[in-house]
Design a protein around this ligand. Structure first.
Ligand SMILES: NC(=O)C1=CN([C@@H]2O[C@H](COP(=O)(O)OP(=O)(O)OC[C@H]3O[C@@H](n4cnc5c(N)ncnc54)[C@H](O)[C@@H]3O)[C@@H](O)[C@H]2O)C=CC1
Ligand SMILES: O=C(O)C(=O)COP(=O)(O)O
Length: 528
């Protein structure tokens, strides 16, 4: 099988060597496509690798009928419609660490260039203007740097600013007093940060919540003469508000690497002498480009060869060691879901999954997603996979609960799935038998030992002599061979079940006849 990869933004050639080395990977690099051309080109590709230029819109995703994975060789994924990708079962991976240093160094370069007006002075000198009066700067020492967004890059910037003997105050929803203390920074609300900072730098992702986080009101509470840096994403700072704030003298300097529109079209801001800018170069170092390209390439190869990834943005990442332990349960989980869909015959309203025994100490999210895949696939077909299974379940209003317990009733590990539907509640439990593969060991309250594969018949009947024989005879007459048979009962003479595995699916007519037999309460075919 060949895995087709389209690279639509310039990626480091050294960085994509994991892809070049992998067997069965066909790489197409086309970095000058217009959105229309990309839309025409995308079909047939299994993977798309991008940086920040390519806009991976819903429209594009809808045209990408073979796409399985999108790799973002960088951090920000605001150019990718994550919701559309998840809906279409496409994994999105990024390279979260590879350009942290590069972006932090660029932020410091911008901070220093701005404080000492280096670009402006150089520009004047280039024009043969030896002007020493116009370019008097300010020192960083003892000034306060306000950092809004204290993740990987924000923290690296803070560490460097402390090296310049600056005071640092940060805001991040995840920053605690203890952590701030450990990192040697002050912390407060966004307002606290904006009020006291001489320099403000933003390092949040661009989200609905951070769009225009630095707006007219934010500039109003800042110190007069504040200087501001955006090496994160265009749109975090409202460019119109920044323009006005610079014009009014409130903001003495601005250093921008990123813009609301890229490639940038509004040059108004750049006409202001207080503003310096670079064309989104934060991650543009040889080291960072190699590193991010290696990271996404490795994830694409890993997806292609093992179905697992490290840095998924739309699926929680599971450490490799844990993945190894839970992987054997993927198939069992999916089969339990499919088994219950056939058993209930109607849509689930609520699904309760209990992980018992060894599984209680593991990350079981992937198992739940596989179970939901099995449960939903019957009605929704191939469009469901483990990336979008949870999303689709939520969309369909299915409540999903996970529970863990160390008590596994004699099994090393046991997965019990209870499905509530409009027609009642059904249950099945499964385990992995040592060396013998998956087994369903309980259906509703009956103990069984069934290999969950092939064609099964679940028969409910009254516990009376002769019922089993009549079922066997009728199936025999219909030329349906019974491979295995399990029986279970609640109490002698009460309700009982039969679980048959048969060599081929029984015809609808045979099932009807079975259901009509005396003492039979119901017959459900299950095809796994
Ligand atoms: N100019 C460039 O070339 C580059 C730009 N970036 C941008 O920098 C951003 C940050 O990158 P990392 O530090 O690696 O990400 P990160 O995920 O480590 O840090 C982002 C931090 O922002 C915080 N945050 C979210 N909403 C916030 C809010 N409303 N107020 C304050 N903090 C908030 C998060 O809690 C998180 O700690 C990326 O999302 C990307 O857009 C990243 C690399 C290069
Ligand atoms: O990693 C990020 O978020 C960046 O902004 C880097 O963008 P780029 O890959 O250089 O287009």
């Amino acid at each position: 099988m060949t895995f087709h990869v389209l690279i639509s933004d310039p990626l480091s050639e050294e960085g994509i060597y994991p892809l070049r080395q992998a067997n069965g990977v066909n790489i197409v690099m086309e970095t000058d496509l217009t959105p229309e051309q990309l839309g025409e080109r995308i079909e047939g590709f299994d993977a798309l690798l991008v940086r920040s230029q390519t806009q991976v819109t819903r429209e594009l995703i809808e045209k990408a009928s073979n796409l399985k994975i999108i790799g973002r060789a960088g951090v920000g994924v605001d150019n990718i419609d994550l919701e559309a990708a998840t809906e279409h079962g496409i994994i999105v991976v990024n390279a979260p660490d590879g350009n942290t240093n590069s972006a932090a160094e660029h932020t410091m370069a911008m901070l220093m260039s701005m404080a000492r007006k280096i670009p402006q002075a150089f520009h004047a000198l280039r024009n043969q203007n030896w002007d020493r009066k116009s370019y008097v700067g300010v020192e960083l020492k003892n000034k306060t740097l306000g950092v809004v967004g204290f993740g990987r890059i924000g923290q690296e910037v803070a560490a460097r600013a402390k090296g310049q003997r600056m005071n640092v105050i940060a805001y991040d929803p995840f920053l605690t007093a203890e952590k701030a203390d450990k990192l040697g920074v002050d912390f407060g609300s966004v307002e606290d940060v904006l009020k006291v900072a001489d320099f403000v730098t933003v390092h949040t992702p661009l989200l609905k919540e951070t769009k225009h986080l630095i707006n007219k009101e934010a500039f109003e509470i800042m110190k007069d003469g504040v200087q501001i840096i955006n090496c994160a994403r265009g749109g975090i700072i409202d460019e119109n508000a920044l323009y006005d704030a610079v014009k009014s003298g409130k903001v003495a300097g601005a250093a921008l690497d990123v813009f609301e529109q890229e490639p940038m079209v509004d040059f108004r801001l750049l006409d202001l002498p207080e503003v310096i800018a670079t064309p989104h170069l934060g991650a543009s170092t040889f080291e960072a480009q190699e590193s991010v390209a290696v990271d996404v390439s490795m994830d694409v190869v890993s997806y292609f060869t093992t179905g697992t990834v490290r840095n998924s943005v739309n699926l929680p990442s599971v450490p490799k060691e844990i993945m190894k332990k839970i992987e054997p349960y993927f198939d069992l989980s999916e089969r339990l879901g499919a088994f219950l869909t056939d058993l209930t015959g109607v849509a689930a309203e609520e699904v309760n999954i209990r992980y018992a025994g060894d599984l209680a100490n593991m990350e079981v999210g992937p198992l739940t997603r596989n179970m939901l895949k099995g449960l939903l696939k019957r009605h929704l077909g191939k469009q469901v996979n483990d990336v979008n299974a949870m999303y689709i379940a939520n969309q369909k209003g299915i409540v999903v609960n996970e529970q863990k317990t160390t008590e596994a009733k004699g099994f090393t590990s046991l997965i019990t799935v209870e499905v509530k539907t409009a027609k009642g509640t059904r249950k099945a439990a499964g385990t992995l038998m040592n060396g013998q593969g998956a087994r369903i060991v309980k259906v509703d309250d009956y103990l069984v030992d069934v290999v969950p594969e092939g064609h099964l018949l679940f028969v409910r009947h009254n516990d009376r002599p002769g019922v089993i024989g009549r079922v066997g005879t009728l199936l025999g007459q219909e030329n349906v061979n019974i491979a295995t048979m399990q029986v279970g009962r609640s109490n002698a003479g009460g309700d009982a079940i039969m679980m048959l595995s048969i060599d081929r699916p029984a015809e609808a007519g045979s099932l009807e006849q079975l259901a009509k037999l005396e003492e039979i309460q119901g017959v459900t075919p299950i095809n796994l």
